[in-house]
Design a protein around this ligand. Structure first.
Ligand SMILES: Cc1ncc(COP(=O)(O)O)c(C=O)c1O
Length: 398
């Protein structure tokens, strides 16, 4: 058995799971809320008979819950098949509708967006749009001065994520949206990593669209939502029936949507308590890492960061490991962590986020992301530190 293997109880599958930005388990209360919509109330929400009406009532109740939790109107919520779809829908749907109306065909996205936004923007090039990438500073916050310079009379949309999924930096959204609107352009925010973790009031933020996902907050996978501010035009991605106010054809997945709403309800109810506790764990882990190992350094903005995440890199002159090898070593010892977005995890490409904050390629390959969930305890952080101790000792260059 490798040195320092973890033996921890009360853990998912007897492992120390520290990859809650990739996904979370589904909360038992969420499973309980969903179950009747699989087994007894399984009607199609578009049917006019009693079974349909029951499903429709659950659908609309869920929409109300989610809208209320983010400071929006229920009519501004469109259910989707997850965060990737919501981002695709926003970026492409806003761009196509805006070009039709204004003739503008220039899109700006931050350079640290999730691939769901980056690839959506890239795909617009094939349709005659031009795309620019807004730089970030060394802690991963977008450069508002650069945004101002990059906006042109041709810019139809700007997309900036609320908080980054690899390093946790929270973006100056209100300011970015204000600058964008002064140019009469539209503003999209990917809020997949902040829903349920930060208080959100979309009307106050004055953004036009926002993307959400259920499975980052103990809800089911494959369901999310797109907020579309009243009066903003977004072309549909899926054509079909008149569901979701003609915005997304296809029968609504009522059980998953009910689960999404239950997950949001619980996340909001627990938020303050959970986030206070996780902030404490984060501080403890950062202090211990800094105290023990001078070759470890932190990525992100300590003053504006999600309380759940610690993103570290290490000096490859001192430690003979890259991030992927460290992740494999952690995995062998029972710790599940990752280097960034689940999609790029498993590849050896340097992180585009670390490149954007100015790290060289070797350092950009050495990122690991430790992301806590509700279940995590200080004793488990101590176990993690013991495991890292063993791995670093094995790979220290003399
Ligand atoms: C910031 C961000 N946006 C979008 C997504 C995609 O969401 P989904 O997995 O629901 O498609 C993720 C998932 O990792 C994410 O972290």
């Amino acid at each position: 058995m490798p040195k320092g293997r973890l033996i921890i109880s009360n853990m998912i599958s007897n492992r120390l799971y520290l990859d809650y930005a990739a996904t979370t388990p589904v909360d038992p209360d969420v499973v309980a809320a969903m179950l009747p919509y699989f087994t007894s109330a399984w009607g199609n929400s578009s049917s006019i008979h009693a079974a349909g009406r029951t499903a429709k009532a659950a659908l609309e109740q869920s929409r109300n819950t989610i809208a209320e939790s983010i400071g929006a109107e229920p009519s501004e919520i469109t259910f989707t098949g997850g965060g990737t779809e919501a981002n695709n829908h926003a970026v492409k749907g806003l761009a196509f509708a805006a070009r039709r109306k204004t003739g503008r065909a220039h899109v700006l996205v931050s350079s640290i967006e999730h691939p769901a936004v980056l690839a959506s923007a890239e795909s617009l090039k094939e349709h005659g749009f031009s795309v620019g990438f807004i730089p970030v500073d060394s802690v991963g916050r977008i450069r508002l001065d650069e945004l101002e310079h990059m906006l042109t009379p041709e810019t139809c949309i700007v997309a900036v994520m609320h908080a980054n999924n690899e390093i946790g930096s929270i973006q100056p959204i209100s300011e970015a949206a204000r600058i964008t609107h002064l140019n009469n352009s539209l503003f999209h925010m990917d809020a997949v990593q902040t829903l349920g973790k930060m208080p959100l009031c979309l009307h106050d933020l004055e953004i036009d669209t926002a993307a959400f996902s259920a499975h980052k907050i103990y809800g089911p996978k494959g369901v999310g939502a797109l907020y579309i501010k009243k009066g903003v035009e977004v072309d549909p991605l899926f054509h079909g029936g008149a569901q979701e106010r003609n915005r997304r054809g296809g029968t609504e997945n009522v059980p998953l949507i009910v689960g999404f709403a239950a997950a949001v309800r619980k996340a909001v109810e627990l938020r303050q308590r959970v986030q206070d506790r996780l902030s404490g764990l984060r501080e403890y882990l950062c202090t211990e890492l800094a105290k023990r190992w001078n070759f470890v350094f932190f990525n992100g903005d300590a003053a504006n960061v999600l309380p759940n995440i610690v993103s570290i890199s290490f000096d490859s002159n001192t430690i003979s490991l890259d991030g992927e090898t460290l992740l494999m070593n952690l995995d062998l010892r029972g710790v599940s962590a990752s280097s960034g977005s689940a999609c790029s995890s498993g590849s050896v490409k340097p992180s585009h986020v670390l490149q954007a904050i100015g790290r060289d390629d070797a350092t950009a390959r050495s990122i690991i992301r430790l992301f806590f969930g509700r279940e995590r305890t200080q004793a488990e952080i101590d176990s993690l530190l013991a495991v890292l101790d063993a791995i670093f000792a094995d790979h220290h260059r003399e």
